[in-house]
Design a binder for this molecule. Sequence first.
Ligand code: PMP
Length: 316
Amino acid sequence: MSILDRIGHTPLVPLVRVGAGLPLPVLAKCEHMNPGGSVKDRIAKAIIDDAEARGVLRPGMTLVEATAGNTGMGLALVAAVRGYQLVCVMPEKMSVDKRIALAAVGARVVITANAPPSSPENFRNVARRMAEEHGWFLTDQFRNPANVRVHEQTTAAEILEQTHGRVGAFVVGAGTGGTISGVGRRLKAALPHVRIILADPVGSGLADWVETGSIGPDGTYAVEGIGGSEAPDNLHRDVIDGAERVADAEAFAMVKRLVREEGLLVGGSAGTNVVAALRVAARGNLDGPVVTLLPDGWDRYRAKPWMQDWTAEPAT
Ligand code: PMP
């Protein structure tokens, strides 16, 4: 038994207040309750298990990953339990709270500019280069098939069990695409009528890509961990039926409601996911409840202006 055995088996809770009055229930999978505080614990353990089983990763080696912070924290737990060193390459945009947390668990944190995928300074390119130069193991969450697989085998299986096999739609954002691709594939195999919908920040190009096959214009947005200007290998368009675009302000306003009205202590991408899920539920016409996912917890965003603003207001 180790802390890694507590990854997954997260609760699925109905959003009773923020979803009130809608024709369909909206259910949220509480991935912020994983031991490392995010959905990424699942893929961290799965990627390491897979690499150990294939014999490409041996005790004492160094792991390197390009991460918005959450995969880094998942990997840090696995590294602690299994005896690896960890290097996390993070874009500047990501919250300082995540940097502090990763450094505190003993990871080496390398910060890169917020550069596009075509730039050598982009965080993914920097991580790949460091792996090649030093002979480190690149966990490669954007391409590693173990990412999608663990969502098919665990996240989706849990959702099917928790809903007794009734899901009308699954709505979630994509960073690596592992969650939407893995859960989407398994749900579609089990439930022919289920709709898989991408929740995408306004400013990301992925919603256009889902709808037309070509990536949309590159913009900026503050929500972390989802969206982008390139479709990663682990984002499988064939399982996605549509997209909902959610502005930063709507997402952060929803996070505040989730915290204050539902007691769900979640981060920004949970707001994006829930806004999109409520829209899908409001349209009705589905064969069951709308399921969404709360990727991480609020403690990673304390220093961000959107959360600081809440405490600047007078108490009501
Ligand atoms: N939300 C947050 C906060 C994340 O860090 C991530 C992972 N980058 C996601 C959502 C998206 O998950 P996935 O990589 O499975 O698409």
